[in-house]
Structure formats: structure tokens, C-alpha cells
Design a protein around this ligand. Structure first.
Ligand code: HEC
Ligand code: HEC
Length: 289
């Protein structure tokens, strides 16, 4: 390897003096445009360091002359957005639920707010479409445990069901089998009775045996005809809509164990406007009865 600088005969450039296996390196200067951009970047970085937050320290960071802060910017943007929405929010807070439903603009606003809150807070239990699942009622149909009027829905959302709230909706079906209130064969007979109530084929002898037991133990909540009672959250047993399942095993399990679903109270988590928007959203999607 030679270390002699020389002038390259072909290009007229100086070489760096490095040579590998007969290949020599030209000492071509950097293009001027490239150099200017390079210096420009250095100058930009220096100015940026001075103006913007940039250097981390042990307990904080350099704030820069402009005191720019992404967090403060978000707060400012949100405040702007809230001011813009304040008019609609104001009208929402003074309007009654019925008025909101009748005012297309206000209803559209409530539906949008309701949908987004539902997706973040309610869909985990009620499903993303609100169609529910075992133990979690479908909110898209007009079958209600606790009532489907605007006021009923608002009350359920605000105070919850069997929830940690003094005003919560409450009732508890006894565990007739587990707590030995009824004999195992009585629970089996009652299962047939409930199947018959919902207009399906059932063991007639069992149904006859269960009839007085139903009147004595179940009618107080589900009604003498099994039509249910929304004041107790007791479902109608004569329809084809089942919270815990339509089959004999599910019905037997409910009579034996007396499950009671828990719906959280949202009154202390959301402001009154948000509850209103959710109420209008649920009511509208259930068919609005
Ligand atoms: C932790 C699960 C859970 C969450 C989260 C939840 N719910 Fe519920 N919800 C339930 C259960 C369980 C019931 C049924 C209670 C019962 O069995 O009586 C219910 C019942 C209801 C009912 C009454 C249905 C009827 O038939 O009367 C409404 C309305 C309702 N929920 C709305 C909401 C809204 C709105 C939200 C979100 C803000 C929400 N729920 C979040 C579990 C939940
Ligand atoms: C104190 C009131 C109460 C009494 C008494 C009661 N139930 Fe219930 N029952 C309920 C409630 C409330 C539910 C709904 C539970 C829930 O929402 O999680 C329910 C649910 C049911 C279900 C499930 C319905 C479904 O949609 O899945 C069946 C079946 C049932 N009861 C049958 C009976 C029978 C049979 C008796 C009498 C042996 C009885 N219940 C007595 C309150 C009562």
C-alpha cells in the first residue's frame, strides 16, 4: 500500500494517497450544495436547541425560549373543542329526555356522544353491538328486565343493578335448590313448568305437580302467569327471550342457584349530560318504546 499523494492523470484530481490492490482513492471535494445543506442542518439544530425543549437533565429538561409543550397544546386544543361544543352541551343539560328525542340536531349530538361512551364503557359486558350474551341483557330489543322507558333506562344506568349504590335497583331470586328451599324433584318439576310456560312441549305430570309450587314460590316476582315484573327485574318466562338460556339445563341451573346479574352504577362516574346521551342512545337503538 503506498501513501504518496499524486495527481490522477485521468481526472486531474489529487488522490488521498490510499491504494488497495492498485485501486486509488480520489480526494474529490464534497459538492458545494451538499455542504451548505449540511451547515444549514447544524445551524438549524443549534437554533432548535435554544428555542425548543431539547436537553434532558437529571430532574427535568431544558424548556427552550419558546416554552413549547405538547401537553399544553393538547390542553389548549381540548379547551377550544369544548368551547365549540358548549352550546350543544348546554342545550343537552337543560332539555328533558323527551325534548332531546324530538329535536333532530340535539338527538344526533346525543347519539354520537352515547355511541362513543357505550363503546368505551358498556360494550365489554353488553357486546360491541349491545346485543348482550348469557347473563348480559340484549339492549337492542324491546325486552326489558327493568323497563324500557327513557326514565327507566336513565335510572338503571345511573344507579345500576345490585350495584354499590344506595339507590341501586335490587331484587334477588332465592337459590331454591342450593339453599334447600325446595326439594331436588320440585326443582326438576318447576323446570318442566317453565318450559311449558314458554309454549314448549313439557312433561304434563311434572307441570301439574309444579303448578301450586310455582304459585307459592315464584308468582310473587314472576307473576301468577309468569309474565314477569319490571319493578322486581323479574323476567317474563312466557316469551322466547332468555337471559340465562332457553334449554332445560339453564332453566334448572337458574332455579337451583338463583343467579343475579350485577350492572355497575354510573351516576358517580359520568356527569348528567353523559347519562342523558347514553339513555337516548340506548332508547333509540332498542326501537324507542
Ligand atoms: C360489568 C358488566 C356491565 C357493564 C360494564 C355495563 N353493564 Fe349494563 N348490565 C349488566 C348486567 C349484568 C345487566 C343485567 C342486570 C340484571 O340481571 O338485572 C345490565 C343491565 C343493563 C340495562 C337494563 C336492561 C334491562 O333489560 O332492563 C341497561 C339499560 C344497561 N345495562 C345499560 C348499560 C350501559 C349504558 C352501560 C355503560 C355505561 C352498561 N350497561 C355497562 C352488566 C353491565
Ligand atoms: C324475589 C324474586 C324472585 C322469585 C321469588 C323468583 N324469581 Fe326467578 N328471577 C328473578 C329475577 C330478578 C331474575 C333475573 C335475574 C337476573 O336478572 O340476573 C329471575 C330469573 C329467573 C329465570 C331465568 C329467566 C331467563 O330469562 O333466563 C328463571 C327460569 C326463573 N327466574 C324461574 C323462577 C322460578 C321457577 C321461581 C320459583 C321457584 C322463581 N324464579 C322465583 C326473581 C325471582
Amino acid at each position: 500500500m503506498s501513501h504518496e499523494k499524486e495527481t490522477d492523470a485521468h481526472s486531474g484530481m489529487e488522490t488521498t494517497g490510499h491504494e488497495w490492490d492498485g485501486i486509488k482513492e480520489l480526494d474529490t471535494p464534497l459538492p458545494r450544495w451538499w455542504l451548505w445543506i449540511f451547515y444549514g442542518c447544524i445551524a438549524f439544530a443549534a437554533v432548535y436547541w435554544i428555542l425548543m425543549p431539547s436537553w434532558p437533565g437529571i430532574t427535568g429538561y431544558s424548556h427552550g425560549l419558546l416554552h413549547d409543550s405538547a401537553r399544553a397544546n393538547v390542553v389548549k386544543d381540548l379547551a377550544g373543542l369544548q368551547a365549540q361544543r358548549a352550546t350543544e352541551a348546554n342545550r343537552l343539560s337543560t332539555a328533558s329526555l323527551e325534548t332531546i328525542e324530538k329535536d333532530p340536531q340535539l338527538q344526533a349530538y346525543a347519539l354520537a356522544v352515547g355511541q362513543s361512551i357505550f363503546g368505551d364503557n358498556c360494550a365489554t359486558c353488553h357486546g360491541s353491538g349491545g346485543t348482550g350474551g348469557k347473563g348480559y341483557p340484549n339492549l337492542r330489543d324491546d325486552v326489558w328486565l327493568w323497563g324500557g322507558s327513557l326514565e327507566d333506562i336513565q335510572r338503571t344506568i345511573t344507579y345500576g343493578v345490585r350495584a354499590d349504590d344506595p339507590n341501586t335497583r335490587f331484587s334477588q331470586m332465592p337459590s331454591f335448590g342450593r339453599d334447600k328451599i325446595l326439594q331436588p324433584d320440585q326443582v326438576s318439576d318447576l323446570t318442566e313448568y317453565v318450559v311449558a310456560l314458554s309454549h314448549r312441549k313439557a312433561d304434563a305430570a311434572a307441570v301439574a305437580r309444579a303448578a301450586p309450587v310455582f304459585q307459592a314460590n315464584c308468582a310473587v316476582c314472576h307473576g301468577p302467569q309468569g309474565l314477569g315484573n319490571q319493578a322486581m327485574g323479574a323476567p317474563n318466562l312466557t316469551d322466547s327471550d332468555w337471559l340465562y338460556g332457553a334449554d332445560r339445563a339453564s332453566i334448572h341451573d337458574q332455579i337451583w342457584n338463583g343467579h343475579g346479574g350485577v350492572m355497575p352504577a354510573w351516576g358517580h362516574r359520568f356527569d348528567a349530560n353523559t347519562i342523558k346521551a347514553l339513555t337516548v342512545y340506548i332508547h333509540a337503538n332498542a326501537g324507542g318504546k
